[in-house]
Design a protein around this ligand. Structure first.
Ligand code: PMP
Length: 407
């Protein structure tokens, strides 16, 4: 296989060259947000310098160029997810907005009192709260698949909880708090046997594993640009054409209509029906560049590199007395959550920062996971394509130093 050229990859990310407190930056907060390669920064800058205008409205030259660049990005996302057609790709503000869209436009009109939405105990708040809101609006209730002590979904309970009352299953592909990779294909198959559509939260999956929405047979698949080396404020909702066509618009405004009169309005076709108002044009163009970049390096090569880092970091962290890893699923991707016996996670975060090491300390917007494992918070080291084994050594030494300081 081709050499994984980590030095050249790191060179593509300008921010990795900076220091923090006079130490080289060791960026291990990629699950919160990754960094951007020059290719993405240049795509955004290039758009603003050369082609920028509003999209879809003008016949003038710049508007055509901007529209072409915007449409090209949709073609790239279609290919990236292997969706059947480009109009199944809706641009949103991010994972959060994509889930809210499905909750309000798909679930809300279908839910009645007594119905159920099934989610899991390891969801990010953004795959919990929108469902709670729609349950409150309709009298439906939320059911939750439990997590085992290892941090995997309890699949027996999952099968028991799927019922004729279930209107939709929402499940994260990869947990942002535990790193667990969930068997979403198997879950989708089980749900479909009961005609239950499935929304997969792919925010933590797409940077780390190849996703094929048709192979999974996912009904909805959502992710954010900023976690896959793209800009902030842009994300994707993939939905099956049949489902999207049967859904009312999420927001009203410009671009999502065919004609407007005071007597009534007709809505535009997919995908525009769900893209009201001037979209995040630069964000979408930057996301297209991010996907090109990821494709150039290759998700297979990225996944192999990150798996090596995860194995190495796991074995190094396990050697540390008083360190407990939270989440030991058989299948993990991208991150390690941990706690120390005598040091609060926020103090870990601060001590590591002093060594130039960026990790997240907190509940990771997954408070139910913290409650399940009996911890207020964890420290989380999360990996990207540009992290190195040497950086894991820096992390390990900084953790040991922290323990010594708090003794
Ligand atoms: N789901 C998961 C699994 C996540 O990790 C995140 C981001 N931490 C989100 C949803 C929310 O993504 P965003 O804030 O970009 O909408």
């Amino acid at each position: 296989s081709a050499q994984y050229d980590i030095a050249s990859i790191r060179n593509d990310f300008p921010i990795l060259g900076r220091t923090v407190w006079d130490k080289p930056l060791v960026y291990l907060d990629n699950a919160a947000s990754a960094q951007r390669p020059t290719a993405v920064i240049d795509a955004v800058k290039g758009l603003y310098e050369n082609n920028y205008s509003n999209v879809h409205r003008g016949v003038h030259r710049l508007s055509q160029e901007s529209t072409d660049l915007y449409d090209d990005a949709r073609v790239k996302v279609r290919g990236f997810l292997n969706a059947a057609c480009v109009h199944e790709i809706i641009f949103t503000r991010g994972t959060t907005e994509s889930i809210n869209l499905v909750a309000q436009s798909y679930a809300r009109p279908r839910l009645k009192a007594g119905d159920e939405i099934l989610i899991t105990h390891m969801e990010h708040h953004s795959n919990i709260v929108p469902w709670q809101m729609v349950c409150e609006q309709t009298g439906a209730s939320l059911k939750v698949v439990p997590i085992t002590d290892r941090g995997e979904l309890d699949m027996e309970q999952f099968r028991n909880l799927l019922s004729e009352k279930t209107v939709l299953l929402g499940v994260t592909h990869v947990s942002n708090a535990l790193g667990s990779v969930n068997p979403v294909k198997e879950m989708i198959r089980a749900a479909h046997e009961r005609d239950v559509p499935v929304l997969v939260d792919g925010a933590q999956a797409v940077p780390h594993i190849r996703v094929d929405v048709r192979e999974l047979d996912a009904d909805f698949y959502v992710f954010s640009g900023h976690k896959i080396y793209g800009p902030t404020g842009v994300g994707v909702l993939y939905g099956k054409e049949r489902l999207l066509n049967a859904m009312p618009p999420y927001q009203g405004g410009g671009d999502m209509i065919l004609s407007v009169t005071f007597e009534g309005t007709t809505y535009n076709e997919l995908p525009y029906k769900f893209e009201a108002g001037t979209p995040n044009i630069a964000g979408v163009v930057g996301l297209g560049a991010a996907i090109d970049y990821v494709n150039k390096i290759g998700l297979g090569a990225i996944a192999a590199h990150e798996h090596g880092l995860l194995m190495y970091a796991t074995s190094k962290l396990k050697e540390i007395d008083g360190l407990r890893i939270i989440g030991e699923a058989e299948q993990k991707a991208g991150l390690i959550s941990f706690v120390l016996d005598d040091v609060h996670p926020h103090d870990i975060g601060q001590m590591l920062d002093a060594e130039g090491v960026a990790v997240r300390a907190g509940h990771h917007c997954a408070q139910p996971v913290m409650e399940r494992f009996g911890v207020p918070a964890t420290a989380r080291a999360s990996f990207a394509m540009y992290n190195t084994y040497q950086e894991i050594d820096v992390l390990t030494d900084a953790i040991k130093k922290t323990i010594d300081m708090f003794k």
